[in-house]
Design a protein around this ligand. Sequence first.
Ligand code: IZC
Ligand code: ZN
Length: 426
Amino acid sequence: MTQHFDIIIDNIGQLLTMDHRDGPLKGKEMSSLPVLEHAAIGMRDGLVEWIGTHEEAQKLKATERIDAEGKLVTPGLVDPHTHLVFGGSREHEMALKQQGVPYLEILKQGGGILSTVKATREASLEELLQKARFHLNRMISYGVTTVEAKSGYGLNRPTEMKQLLVAKQLNEEHPADIVSTFLGAHAIPPEYKGRSEEFLKEMLSLLNDIERENLAEFVDIFCETGVFTVEESRQFLQKAMEKGFSVKIHADEIDPLGGTEMATEIGATSGDHLVGASEKGIQALGATDTIAVLLPGTSFYLNKGKFANARGMMEAGAAVALSTDFNPGSSPTENLQFIMNLASLQLKMTPEEIWNAVTVNAAYAINRGEQAGKLVKGRKADIVLWDVPNYHYVPYHYGVNHTHTVIKNGRIIYRKEKLHDQFSTH
Ligand code: IZC
Ligand code: ZN
């Protein structure tokens, strides 16, 4: 039988299929990386249809054939922690940062998250949609095809709902897949100052509508000094779980409060940041299914010289994922490739661990482990052709974009920008 494909990529130097056992990869398992050499991949009707050798591919027919020129092909990357939808920006805080004013102090003075809350409340749905689309398109250009997006810049019913609606609408209209998280418990707004219990109750009262309108799958909370305590966070997330939501937590990002242990105790899908995680918290990650979502871009940008103990977590047997934490305050970047460089330099992760952390484990961190992060027959054809000779190269060569072609659901949605023909090397 001659098969006809929509697209075949042949002449692939290394094809990372990530065809591991089911489930997130824990501890030592993160060192294994399924790689096929001299490979080819065929897609049809949006799905991966065939994987084989370059030679076999020559006998197959396709509407479009892409010569990978011996380069690297991987699954589309998954970014499992972003604050994608927001109004305004915070470049005015740079001078404060340079003067050494800490992130939490800026927040305490009514800036930081609260400055973005003001801008987000003032923005229309259409404005937020346009802005989020701009950032999402940039993520795509860096090879990301599935993204988690949090609310949390409304801190009141109308604006939290507006943010979640933007994410939902964007998911429907844009080729990228968006997984939505309700982060109403991101900070205490001025109108609730000193009344965190009442505020959390108000945020919990949104969950029925959020569930009915299918506006979020996850609930998250910022457990931090001056924001929400471990006990407040535990109770809040437990109530969300009782309502059927999966939960995540911003834990031990700046101060070591013990949010990591709590995340594992309540069965959170992921604990995120974990820079100040205690030894007990690290051991608990290894002993449970809670995925450690590490955000070294934030440690880099907060500039305190402290990064999460990724090696300790993997030695304890934990599943580690990586993410940009894209947000206007502590990590203004859409570039997950730069996060891979930081993971290499600062978290001392190997290339194999890093690729697993931005594909398979990142997908499991947002309940998409069975849909994204792997190239196997029957899955969505979310594929990146990289302009690099091998998989070691991306975590090594930093600060630039290495994507050549990005395919989502079997369709080319991004191709490397070309210089004027006169200078082009292809
Ligand atoms: O806007 O600063 N850490 N939340 C918790 C953030 C960073 C986002 C922000
Ligand atoms: Zn965050």
